[in-house]
Design a protein around this ligand. Structure first.
Ligand SMILES: [Ca+2]
Ligand SMILES: [Ca+2]
Ligand SMILES: [Ca+2]
Ligand SMILES: [Ca+2]
Length: 371
């Protein structure tokens, strides 16, 4: 009997520990601070830039309510802990529970660029813009669009205008808005520890810019159709960087040769030279595909392999046969995770293996030797 009571106590204790841990995770409330407090516009931009951004910023301006733009922390559920939050309502509403409908008419005007982008009439726009000089000719950063308007289809939208052109796009090329995200693979309806009923997946924006020259960046979010039921965007801290994608890999070789036709190795090795316009960048990953036709991957697709190696990468696909010309190519990622294009189409041929040396010749030779 005592053993059973002890067991019950152990189970109960474990349950308490579990509940404590679980409630600890669930109750890590997001912390926000809008521009009506001590957070400044410069603080927000510094949060986005981080240390190795290779970007210099000037002329920062905010349009809209100073309660609609701010910074956040404790954002782990989003996939990034800290960053900048902008909303068509109140930043102070964002940490509320998911089932709270956040719904503030700020009485602010919309944004003309967003009107054009979404083909509608926007209201309660929150806009952050600045000039910047990047060291390299490309920029990237990461964000999530979120909204309480997903159940209603009011097409609240987010735009990110670099030199006037919107670069906030879904992977399928659509603009970032309620109706373009809802029902797609880019929608995430899970509880991300904030008031919005749903969000996009983490999205990455990229743009070509003029290196060492003045460029202009404008983040804008707004309600569409009316001013009610708010939307927001979370932009990851330290994610705004200037970087060039690597060039296609140079000097692709198979078994140390260009397009060899006499390969006898059933797992031939590939090599290439990593190439990047940014002098000090290095390879962080590669992907090789091998097929029976140009651009094919029916024999082998290595997938993205996180590795700095670019020599002696052994073939790892289906069995190779003689008499077929195989096509292959490789692409790489740099240390800032930007992706190159594939190298030009390469080929190799497996040759019939030479016949094993017939035993009778050895015997004959030995016989001659003994004469
Ligand atoms: Ca909600
Ligand atoms: Ca709305
Ligand atoms: Ca609103
Ligand atoms: Ca680079």
């Amino acid at each position: 009997m005592m053993r059973i009571i002890t067991l019950y106590i152990q189970i109960f204790s474990a349950f308490i520990v579990f509940c404590t841990i679980f409630s600890g995770i669930a109750s890590a409330t997001m912390i926000v601070e809008d521009l009506s407090g001590s957070t400044t516009e410069e603080d927000l931009v510094n949060i986005l830039l981080g240390e190795n951004s290779n970007v210099t910023v000037s002329n920062i301006t905010v349009t809209g309510s100073n309660q609609a733009i701010g910074q956040f922390s404790n954002g782990e559920s989003l996939g990034f802990d800290t960053g900048v939050v902008m909303t068509s309502g109140l930043v102070s509403d964002v940490p509320k529970s998911m089932d709270t409908e956040i719904d503030t008419n700020l009485g602010e005007p919309g944004d003309a660029d967003l009107d054009t982008l979404i083909g509608g009439n926007t209201n309660d726009a929150a806009v952050l813009e600045f000039d910047f000089v990047p060291e390299k000719s490309a920029i990237t950063f990461n964000y999530r669009f979120a909204s309480d308007d997903f159940p209603y289809d009011y097409d609240d939208a987010f735009g990110l205008f670099v030199n006037g052109e919107n670069i906030a796009l879904l992977p399928n090329g659509d603009v970032v808005a309620v109706t373009t995200i809802k029902g797609t693979e880019y929608y995430d309806g899970s509880n991300l520890n904030n008031a919005f009923s749903g969000s996009s997946i983490v999205l990455s924006a990229e743009a070509a810019v003029a290196a060492d020259e003045l460029n202009h960046m404008k983040f804008a979010i707004a309600d569409t159709g009316d001013s009610w039921v708010d939307s927001g965007v979370f932009i990851e801290s330290d994610s705004f960087i200037s970087n060039n994608a690597p060039n296609a890999p140079a000097d692709p070789l198979c078994e140390g040769e260009t397009n060899p036709t006499n390969i006898t190795d059933s797992t031939p090795e590939f090599s290439w030279n990593f190439s990047d316009p940014d002098a000090n960048d290095t390879q962080s990953a590669y992907q090789i595909i091998v097929g029976t036709a140009e651009d094919g991957s029916d024999m082998w697709d290595s997938g993205k392999v996180n590795s700095s190696s670019s020599t002696d990468i052994a073939y790892g696909g289906s069995s190779l046969e003689a008499g077929i010309t195989y096509h292959w190519k490789v692409k790489t990622w740099d240390n800032q995770d930007s992706e190159s294009g594939y190298c030009d189409d390469q080929t190799f041929d497996i040759t019939d293996k030479p016949d094993p040396v017939p035993p009778q010749i050895q015997f004959h030779t030995r016989g001659l030797f003994h004469q």
